[in-house]
Design a protein around this ligand. Sequence first.
Ligand SMILES: C[S@@+](CC[C@H](N)C(=O)[O-])C[C@H]1O[C@@H](n2cnc3c(N)ncnc32)[C@H](O)[C@@H]1O
Length: 261
Amino acid sequence: MDERWRADLALWAIPDEIAARARTNPWGHSPARFAERTDLALADLGGPTLERIAEALPQGGGVLDVGAGTGAASLPLAARLGELIAVDTSAGMLAELEARAAALGVPLRVVMGRWPDVAAETPAADVAVASHVVYNVPDLAAFLTELSGHARARVVLELTERHPMSWLNPLWAHFHGLVRPERPTVHDVIAVAEALGHKVCHEDRLAPLPRFTRLEDLAESACRRLCLDPDRAEEVVAAVVALDMWPLPRDRWFTLWWESS
Ligand SMILES: C[S@@+](CC[C@H](N)C(=O)[O-])C[C@H]1O[C@@H](n2cnc3c(N)ncnc32)[C@H](O)[C@@H]1O
């Protein structure tokens, strides 16, 4: 199961001759964009992922947020949190998270590094969360095993139904003649977790926010992800209109959870 996941994910690699043209990392995430997402989550306080975490979190309990980014999946629970342990590979993301945790008065422990490599130096918590991370993770079974091993009560994942770069597939075909993969999907994550012996529950919903509110933002992002020169943004806009892609349909977001004992 895990091998299938790894192989399916590997098919998303960008061919070397295209990647060589990239001006910036085509897989990079902007801390500013994620900070905006966290601030919206802090203002809203809703959704099944936060509910599933809150259910298993005693007042004053601890959450381990792996691939925490700027904290969208954990900081909205500030009022209940006795400790937040945030793991991420990105210093920029963690800096945004630290500023928000301080403003909310949430005791924070930061572990910078790649999960599961840093698992041994990371304390356990009542609930372990990984939100919008697993499509970055080739060794999914090891990732989930360490996550479960660090959760006293529950593991909660949030992810899109399909690979989060799937919205670009028609543009890959248009600009590079490349057919992108259909897998893996959330159903493969469930299969890997079940193969590890977990009884996985799930719930899905339409993404609470559109991926882009302005066509220009989509074009800028598409140039980076498709390794196109930024001055081709207008060409991207024309292609998006011709391919009838705008507005982008919202993704389906899944919340998966299981009890750790
Ligand atoms: C798409 S962002 C999601 C951030 C946040 N969890 C959210 O829901 O907004 C993915 C984050 O996971 C981090 N990341 C990806 N793979 C990781 C890994 N194996 N270990 C630790 N962090 C990882 C990235 O640096 C990034 O900050």
